[in-house]
Design a protein around this ligand. Structure first.
Ligand code: SR1
Ligand code: MG
Length: 405
């Protein structure tokens, strides 16, 4: 099938020509609505009297920037691969894939009827009591089981081969997370009240050196298959269930990158509530969630690791208890610290770069928004500058409170 960009009418025709989707939706009228609010793709809800599905298409440009910014639609191939892989490893966290078509850059997924995008829930001040437990189940399993701590050398390299060429989306992250927001760049989008703050940051040598270290890790430390863009817009949930969506940025990168993205987004919500709701109990819940994610992730990651008899890294018979315990302690510290560094980078980029987060950009009063942005930046700067020496999660929570209250 030759690639064409879909619209509502063409989605109808596409579905009529796709037996596995017709089997789900049945004959009869279809209602079709484009609902994509992300930066890259088009997302349709297709509903019949029998069922409802999500149909997502990548177009050959960056949606947020328009047709003048070409972007390979091959990104959908990586999304399909990542969804399929994550569903094998952690099936309860990935929606059912009904149909995938690389030629058309289309994937069709289960419509999550009773779930909302996490960012929206957090903006409304909703608590998700099972979230920390569930997301750490996903993170620990997907990170450990795609790494050299679990796979054989051959399998790890074979898996890497399937994602190594997600070049354009890795480059987007390199540019828009680690580079453009801290220099003069046309793509930047800065609250006028924050222009002088961004100029100051451009001259903060320590911050910029640390950002280069994080960018280097991002580009070169191929620990595990990452989601690659695990912000709260890539999570759909309710009080009982959590789903991870949109892994088109999937690549082999540092263990701490997805964790850092998630922590950054929870903290962006935390700072936004100084103006949004001023609900300090809710903010406390967000901080407890951050703490729980670190604690639970470490326990679950180690548990998977300890149940692995042999891996590319540790040959059977090589490590006695003392060797393993000492190595694991250092290793988990490394993951924690790098997660903190990446969380700082992800918080800072949203303040000045092309794509903000609605938790903050949705605050209409530019002064109130700037107050939130300054708190976010204060936390981000500490994270970026001190990530290599931060001791533990209690220290981290103390740092967040010190910089924000
Ligand atoms: C230029 S695209 C900006 C951002 O949107 C995606 O969600 C990623 O976070 C990317 O960095
Ligand atoms: Mg996305």
């Amino acid at each position: 099938m030759e690639y064409t960009i879909l619209d509502n009418d063409k989605v109808r025709g596409y579905i009529q020509d796709t037996p596995e989707l017709m089997a789900i939706l049945g004959e009869g009228e279809l209602s079709i609505q484009e609902v994509g609010d992300g930066n890259l793709n088009y997302v349709y809800i297709v509903e019949s009297s029998k069922s409802k599905i999500i149909l997502k298409q990548a177009v050959p440009y960056l949606r947020i920037a328009g047709e003048g910014w070409p972007l390979s639609r091959e990104r959908m191939n990586y999304e399909i691969r990542a969804l399929s892989y994550f569903r094998e490893i952690a099936p309860s966290f990935i929606p059912t894939i009904y149909h995938a078509n690389e030629e058309m850059s289309v994937v069709a997924l289960r419509f999550l009827e009773n779930h909302i995008i996490m960012r929206r829930g957090l903006m409304e001040g909703i608590r998700y009591p099972k979230f920390a437990e569930q997301i750490t189940d996903f993170l620990a399993a997907s990170l450990l089981k795609s790494s050299s701590l679990y796979l054989s050398s051959e399998s790890k390299r074979a898996l890497m081969d399937r994602f190594n060429t997600n070049t354009q989306l890795c480059k987007i992250s390199e540019d828009f997370i680690f580079t453009f927001p801290y220099m003069e760049h046309d793509s930047n989008n800065i609250n006028p009240k924050m222009v002088s703050v961004q100029k100051e940051l451009q001259n903060d040598t320590e911050f910029k050196v640390q950002m280069l270290k994080l960018k280097y890790l991002f580009m070169n430390q191929s620990d595990a298959l990452l989601h690659g863009d695990l912000h709260t817009g890539s999570i759909m949930l309710n009080k009982d269930e959590t789903y991870v969506i949109d892994p088109e940025f999937a690549f082999f990168g540092p263990f701490g990158f997805d964790i850092g993205a998630l922590i950054a987004n929870l903290l962006q919500s935390y700072v936004s509530h100084f103006e949004r709701t001023r609900d300090s109990d809710y903010q406390q819940w967000l901080l407890e969630t951050v703490e729980a994610i670190f604690v639970k992730f470490e326990a679950k990651f180690l548990d998977h690791w300890n149940r692995t008899d042999e891996s590319a890294l540790i040959a059977h018979g090589y490590a006695d208890e003392a060797v393993l315990a000492s190595f694991q302690k250092q290793f988990m510290e490394m993951i924690f610290r790098q997660s903190v560094g990446f969380a700082g980078a992800k918080m800072a980029r949203r303040l000045f770069g092309i794509a903000g987060v609605e938790d903050i950009t949705g605050i209409d009063d530019p002064d109130a928004r700037a107050r939130v942005e300054k708190k976010s930046l204060a936390i981000a700067k500490r994270f970026v500058k001190e990530y290599e020496k931060i001791g533990n999660v209690k220290e981290l929570i103390g740092m967040i409170k010190q910089e924000s209250e």
